[in-house]
Design a protein around this ligand. Sequence first.
Ligand SMILES: [Zn+2]
Length: 228
Amino acid sequence: MILPSLRIKWISDDIGYGLFATEFIPKGTVTYAFDPLEIVLPRKILEQEKEPMRSMIDKYSYEDNSGNLIICWDLGKFMNHCCYSNTLTTGYVFGIAINDIQPGEEVTDDYRIFTRQHGFQPSCEKFVCPVFSQSQEQVEEWDGRIKDALKHFAEVPQPLKPLIPAKMLKAVEAYLRDPAKYVSVGTQLPKANPSASNKKRVSAEPSKRKKVSIKRSTLRSTRKKRKA
Ligand SMILES: [Zn+2]
């Protein structure tokens, strides 16, 4: 579920719909949290379904750690990508505002975290898109912004907090007490191929993955460029 105060608005034929803040959203606000109504589909459905369903599922879904496709049941699926987004998905699975967001401002997310390529330029048209990268350097940049936002987690209103699993809240509290316990968004990067990269990911962050077993199905389901 996305922050209920967000509203959908038509932007252009090129971009389609986007989501906009109706009120001030302070940095550190959780803007998306997984909820039980998200639609979870087996990935093989893409091969089984005929058009136009196949394209719609492909457009509005993302793949989780188990190889499932997740579709956000609410307006979350209309959130656009921006390489300079004002929210980011975190290693704690929820999305968070990394800047103060003013009323009327479009709320965006960085889908580079969820994909293996940059295919989202239209949403970034007022900026120059960086070269697509999921390098350690890029992950550290994302982590820096997320850490900065998480510092405000306990100070700002959190309408979506009831949806955050208790173990995830504990993990955030652990980070706030001890920065060494931060869980990197690098734990959420897509697999190069489902079986091989799973091993790679586990070996990259073994302790963190044991501490907080985070399923991709709890991630924002709006990782693709939305054209309405
Ligand atoms: Zn871009």
